[in-house]
Design a protein around this ligand. Structure first.
Ligand SMILES: [Mn+2]
Length: 306
């Protein structure tokens, strides 16, 4: 089956997975038209089938509901009103079914704060943790208000225990030392890009999930900031860097996170479809969405050794 047809098929008024677009970019520190990405990712699904040959899984067997896009921030002075809309929409999506898995297509990375707060509101019995795949700590000081470089700091300052945050793919020459030290003082678990190269992405993601569980997390939101990926493979991300993780590593991580019952939700952020080159980055997000969903379909099944 064609993956676009799968997402848009007519019986989609319920779903094990709910897809939501968050077309915002006003909080981006660098110039970005990340509002253009959700429809571009949906369109890019046309390039794929639903058959995951690697895992012998057909995503067509997964019920999905496309909840459409939240109103973005293009007509607003800043992202604040859109953040409220995102938080409410995520909360509604997570309340619709006790086990529904929520997939958010961004949008700049500032959306991770309202997404996680929306999940917390919908499922207050859970002890939430956050796993980021990102070149950056996103722990910048908040003097300029919420930006795409602040969501982790916002969440921790709002009460998320620092040791319930794990970060994978942190890059050299991408962060200020002050922010790395701040994250360290909060107890954030940091896994640099070099560790991913040394141990492999699956082992590092497993270790990060284990750290969150050890810190008491019963539910995990995964923030996949595509700028963790090598810049040549993520040209649409304003802050991607040479030497980032490979696109295949992000796809593998997406599948592994989808497969893990602790993971209730995922967001894909920082892609500006209008700045993409030959669909390189947008197609990567579409591939990650499918890989995550194929993982969800086989939740609890053992992950085959890499
Ligand atoms: Mn980020």
């Amino acid at each position: 089956m064609n993956a676009f047809e799968w997402l848009t098929r007519a019986d989609a008024n319920h779903g094990s997975v709910v897809v939501l677009g968050a077309p915002i970019s006003k909080a981006s520190i660098s110039a970005s038209e990340a509002w253009s990405t959700p429809p571009a990712v949906r369109a890019a699904l046309r390039r794929y089938t639903t058959w995951d040959a690697e895992h012998d899984i057909d995503v067509a067997n997964l019920t999905v509901r496309d909840a459409g896009d939240v109103a973005g921030d293009r007509d607003d002075a800043d992202a604040l009103a859109a953040h409220v809309r995102i938080q409410e929409a995520v909360s509604a999506a997570a309340s619709a079914g006790e086990t529904a898995v929520v997939v958010v297509i961004g949008g700049d990375n500032s959306l991770t704060r309202p997404v996680l707060h929306g999940l917390m509101a919908a499922r207050p019995a859970e002890a939430w943790g956050l796993l980021t795949v990102d070149a950056h700590h996103d722990c910048r000081p908040l003097d300029g208000g919420p930006r795409n470089g602040t969501p982790v700091r916002e969440l921790i300052e709002a009460g998320l225990p620092g040791d319930r945050v794990a970060q994978v793919g942190i890059m050299p020459f991408a962060n200020a030392a002050d922010q790395a030290r701040w994250a360290e003082r909060q107890g954030v678990h940091v896994h640099h890009r070099a560790e991913v190269a040394r141990r492999g992405i699956s082992e590092v993601v497993s270790a990060a999930l284990a750290e969150l569980t050890a810190a008491g997390a019963t539910a995990v939101h995964a923030d996949l900031d595509v700028d963790a990926v090598e810049r040549a493979a993520a040209p649409a991300c304003p802050a991607s860097l040479p030497g980032g993780i490979a696109p295949a590593e992000l796809i593998t991580a997406a599948h592994q996170l989808g497969r893990d019952r602790r993971v209730h939700s995922v967001d894909f952020t920082e892609v500006d479809a209008n700045a993409d080159v030959n669909g390189i980055t947008v197609r990567l997000v579409a591939a990650c969405l499918l890989a995550f969903c194929s993982g969800v379909l086989h939740r609890g099944a053992e992950v085959p050794p890499a």
